[in-house]
Design a protein around this ligand. Structure first.
Ligand code: NAP
Ligand code: G4F
Length: 363
């Protein structure tokens, strides 16, 4: 019998990598998707013809749909990755964020109980380094106190504690992976790393003039998403449910990410100025490439995340440095250089077609 996994958030960055990993491992994979006005699910489109891959409509804000999917699939493992996952957006839509990111976790746990599979189904909860927020110690590990610093982080804190509560109260196998930032060529375009890698590619190919960012000094522990989903799976293969910090143990600033991304596209930058007046300047041409705007500042910003992955390394045998920071930036930039080149080619073909239509050389 194939093991059955249910992934909420399957259309997201992590969900798509995890679905690939579990299919490779021989699982029957079920994903929860939301109805959207545009039906193309770009990150999982290549999986949709796989006989072991099944999609179900559902929404974490709708307990009936969650109950129905869980009751129908009766999975051996649930990976709860669905979330309104953008920290800045959580300041604009705090109530919705709380509903999905906090109460959504409760809906999953209760559905598993009500469907009578609490003793058979292992649950992974996508927890986050944002819990450390206004950090109380550096680096952060499983024992570092939490200090959430955004509506998103406060909601994730509820998710973390309710998972622990169900583990203690009902003896359920449920655990949280406290994942530090992990990025990839599939990262959403409004997260800072992808915003930078795409802008570097567009600027290098003449499709964008400038990149406007917020806090350049924020420090993050950035890893590669493909490596991190492996750790999610490892957590559910243990005898005992436990929470783990998943991180690389290395820290870089947004400014450093910029310098490296632009270097990979052949633009050598240097930064000068302070705060809102700081600029990233092309060493060869003297052109201003990066500027700062307070539009991208957050009411409260998390500025010093650095994880200690010792427990995951020792207990799960997970390798936190499989993909280095340099390699991660290179993967993202190379992907985006190709994506932008493809977009330019398509634009040129369209222009050529329009010209030909106007000249009457084609129908
Ligand atoms: P992502 O790319 O933003 O994907 C989020 C997923 O959740 C998407 O599939 C989205 O569906 C789905 N979703 C959103 N609201 C939903 C709802 N109401 N009902 C059902 N599905 C919903 O996020 P990610 O980077 O893959 O992250 C995965 C999880 O890990 C999230 O819970 C995130 O908070 C957490 N996390 C991420 C990181 C990181 O650095 N990436 C670090 C720590 C924790 P649509 O495609 O329809 O929008
Ligand atoms: O890329 P970010 O938006 O990621 P953030 O806020 O760290 O959240 C991500 O990682 C969390 C794990 O710690 C996840 F839980 C969460 O779901 C999400 O995946 O911002 C990173 C840093 C911030 O300090 C932000 O202020 O970059 C700074 N930043 C500077 N300029 C910017 C920008 N962030 C964004 N999104 N856009 C900017 O222009």
């Amino acid at each position: 019998m194939k093991k059955k996994a249910l992934i909420t958030g399957v259309t997201g960055q992590d969900g798509s990598f995890l679905a690939e990993l579990l299919l490779q491992k021989g699982y029957e994979v079920h994903g929860v998707i939301r109805r959207t006005s545009v039906d193309f699910r770009s990150r999982i489109a290549h999986l949709e013809n796989n006989d072991s891959f099944h999609l179900h409509y559902g929404d974490l804000s709708d307990s009936m749909s969650i109950m129905q999917v869980i009751g129908k699939v009766r999975p051996n493992e649930i990976y709860n990755l669905a979330a309104q996952s953008h920290v800045q957006v959580s300041f604009d839509v705090p109530e919705y964020t709380a509903d999905v990111v906090a109460t959504g976790v409760l809906r999953i746990l209760e559905a598993v109980r009500i469907c009578g599979i609490a003793d058979k189904c292992k649950i992974y909860q996508a927890s986050t380094s944002e819990l450390y927020g206004k950090v109380e110690a550096v680096p952060q590990d499983e024992n570092t106190p939490f200090h959430p610093f955004s509506p998103y982080a406060v909601a994730k804190q509820y998710g973390y504690w309710i998972v622990k509560e169900y583990r203690d109260a009902y003896n359920m196998f449920c655990c949280s992976g406290i994942l530090f930032n992990h990025e990839s060529e599939r990262r959403g375009e409004t997260f800072v790393t992808r915003k930078i890698s795409l802008a570097a590619a567009r600027i290098a190919q003449g499709k964008q003039e400038k990149l406007i960012l917020g806090n350049l000094s924020a420090l993050r522990d950035w890893g590669y998403a493909k490596d991190y989903v492996e750790c999610m799976w490892l957590m559910l293969q243990q005898q005992k449910p436990e929470d783990f910090v998943v991180a690389t143990g290395e820290q870089h600033s947004v400014r450093e990410f910029c310098l490296l991304a632009f270097k990979y596209v052949g633009i050598d930058l240097y930064f000068e100025g302070q705060g809102e007046n700081e600029k990233g300047i092309d060493k060869d041409t003297g052109k201003i490439i990066v500027e700062v705007s307070p539009v991208f500042y957050r009411p409260t910003d998390v500025v010093n995340l650095l994880g200690n992955p010792t427990k995951a390394k020792e207990k799960l045998g997970w390798n936190p440095t499989k993909t280095s920071f340099k390699e991660l930036v290179r993967i993202m930039v190379e992907h985006d250089m190709e994506q932008v080149a493809r977009e330019r080619l398509e634009e040129n073909i369209d222009l050529y077609k329009i010209e030909a239509l106007e000249k009457g050389t084609v129908e």
